[in-house]
Write a protein that binds this ligand. Structure first.
Ligand code: SF4
Length: 226
């Protein structure tokens, strides 16, 4: 049930006044965005960026380049996160799918109708509906409101929907609640995606959110309940 007391656009405007305008996303290539998600398990953005730069410099991000790399070299890069061997396997799987099923280029996938584009992107490791929507938004292929776990948590706490046991169900509830309020243009949607993510990472953390310094506090259901 939607119990929010602030509109989506006002919420995002407040976040922008607090954090400033977000920097544009560093990656806009679909394959590189998929690699970014998988390169280092549970790594911070900073460590993930270092790992990505190392991959680009020492191996490359083309499927053929990754497939030609030694597993040990990919695992060394994956040490930026936990489970480096798993990350190496995922990079090889990504390269194999891209090479064998998409002829090494994903731009044509982005031009498919939305359901087919999402289905194709979800063939890759760690890419579910939220990940597919993030790729479609950041590549400016479809104006969808992609939310990562940070953004989803913020909107739940702000009362747009209740958090449920099942992540997918929570994601759908929040999307249903905000659908009619969403901006239509890419710049505004990307801005909202980035600001909600930033807020979830810096203040509205999963445990012990820092509500005292939050620009949304007077409209927040979670803070009133806590
Ligand atoms: S008041 Fe606290 S729980 Fe509510 S949005 Fe801000 S940080 Fe999150």
């Amino acid at each position: 049930m939607d119990t929010s007391t602030i509109t989506f656009s006002k919420l995002v405007d407040r976040l922008q006044r607090h954090y400033g305008s977000p920097r544009p996303p560093a990656l806009t290539d679909p394959l590189e965005l998929i690699i970014w998600e998988n390169i280092a398990y549970l790594a911070s953005d900073e460590r993930r960026a270092e790992a990505f730069a190392t991959l680009k410099r020492s191996v490359g991000t083309l499927p053929q380049q990754i497939l030609a790399a030694k597993h040990s070299a990919l695992a060394a890069i994956g040490k930026a996160g936990i489970l480096p061997d798993v990350s190496a396997e995922k990079l090889l799987t990504i390269a194999k799918i891209a090479y064998e099923e998409f002829d090494s280029e994903l731009q044509s996938v982005l031009k498919k109708p939305l359901p087919q584009a999402k289905k194709a992107l979800k063939k890759f490791p760690s890419i579910g509906d939220p990940g597919a929507e993030k790729i479609l938004l950041l590549t400016r292929s479809y104006p969808v409101m992609a939310l990562d776990s940070n953004g989803l948590r913020v909107l739940c706490r702000m009362g747009f929907a209740e958090e449920q046991k099942n992540y997918s169900a929570t994601y759908r509830s929040v999307q249903d609640a905000i659908r009619r309020q969403l901006p239509k243009d890419y710049d505004s949607l990307i801005r909202a995606h980035l600001l909600l993510r930033q807020h979830g990472q810096l203040l509205c953390k999963r445990s012990q959110p820092r509500c005292a310094g939050c620009p949304l506090r007077d409209e927040c259901n979670y803070d009133r309940k806590a």
